[in-house]
Design a protein around this ligand. Sequence first.
Ligand code: ADP
Length: 502
Amino acid sequence: MADLKVDLIAPNGRKITLPTGIFINNEFVKGNGGTITSINPTDESEIATVSAASADDVDTAVKAARKAFNDPSWREMSGTDRGAIMFKWADLLDANKETLATLDTWDNGKPYQVALNEDLNEVLSCIRYYAGWADKIQGETIPTTPGKKFAYTLKQPIGVCAQIIPWNYPLAMAAWKLGPALACGNTVVMKPAEQTPLSILFAAQFIKEAGFPPGVINILNGYGKETGHALASHLDIDKVAFTGSTATGKAIMKTASVNMKNITLETGGKSPLLVFDDCDLEQTAKWAHLGIMSNQGQICTATSRVLVQETIMDKFLEEFKEVIKTTSKVGDPFADDTYQGPQVTKQQYERVLSYIEAGKNDGATLATGGVPKKDVGDGKGFFIEPTVFTGVTEDMRVYQEEVFGPFCVVVPFKSEEDAIRMANNTTYGLGSAVFTQDVNRAHRVADRIEAGMVWINSSQDSDVRVPFGGVKQSGIGRELGEAGLAAYSQTKAVHVNIGLKL
Ligand code: ADP
């Protein structure tokens, strides 16, 4: 740790030299907020120890970001040049994507093929998509009194943005937030999750080489209550963007009110997946499986409440359990045939197990799973069998609360009206899915579900060009797509008098 680098050999044999400091002003420096030791969730061994940022470090980073925001080298840079720097950074990350995917798999436990082919693709396409936007952000002219007055609008950056991200998609969540912020000309202080601090440090190495001026992107690992809180409460930060749990989102919203920060929140979910009796049963079962069991169930939009028309409940359940049996291979995330790796931390593993107990205690029936998987490696690690409960009522905790694991409930409904009411019976409103061959019903239901996203005959579709976000207690604001730019720009109106005399 002395020279702020550590040499590592990953479980897949890859040699990695990892920076271990915090990244401010295009340099790695030692953090003063103690250290974070990252644990491999597959075998509970220590991977690496990196610096954490103190409140003073946050202040230093905010000063750097403010200086960069006001510096002509960034403020007066054309959108085209800004985009070019972003494209260059994406190319540098692309050239190192196997190492970045290795770090995410090692640290987070997600299958390597997923980290490489899904997460890293998303990272690159997101940064490139917003790089393309950087020179297409523009206002409009508004004719008011022809010949005498008009107005125009400028789309301007918000300023210094704090970005606090979670551990379930460590690099992809960073890209979702950095892409639009940089395209719009903001500067950033980002705090990754303490559970997955590694891959972003490797990515940060290429920021200077890509051509970002010092202070434009600052990356500070650290703990939520210290580093995260110092960001949310800082008086010289203009915006805080957060992805994580609803409880933490509420705390950040409250803290951020200290100087009325602009906020974007993407929080929890208990997303429904509606299965109507006219669906393609085989496809529905496969999508329902992907919707809750992919990424170890650690997806805020996971379709964790599967609502099935009662006439096909038995057939669906049989098909669904068959897909789980044949697809959900739980094991070493570096093995090519693994579908599900370990939960990210002991705490998350215990959380899922506690919901299994809650389901049983409340009288629900275990249809499959419900136990840790102990026959992987030497018996260590945070593996859990894919778990499905039936016999669930709407008042049960397993119906209402977000579990964030390979865990779903399958519950029957009678009619379309019934399905919509049950789908909306939650404090959340993030994702939702509808399976039917009836095109009218598909759109009717899509219109009435209280959610930020509806998937018709699929689940977890995510595309950088399409807005993403929640309603109710699933969040405020939108990320991705053109809508994502709105979160990082503000509209200034300029009134021009060209001839009106008093
Ligand atoms: P989880 O419960 O899944 O670990 P959290 O919502 O607590 O998720 O964490 C998401 C992100 O928010 C992490 O980067 C975490 O460090 C940060 N965080 C946690 N608590 C706070 C807080 N009080 N203020 C600011 N950030 C926080």
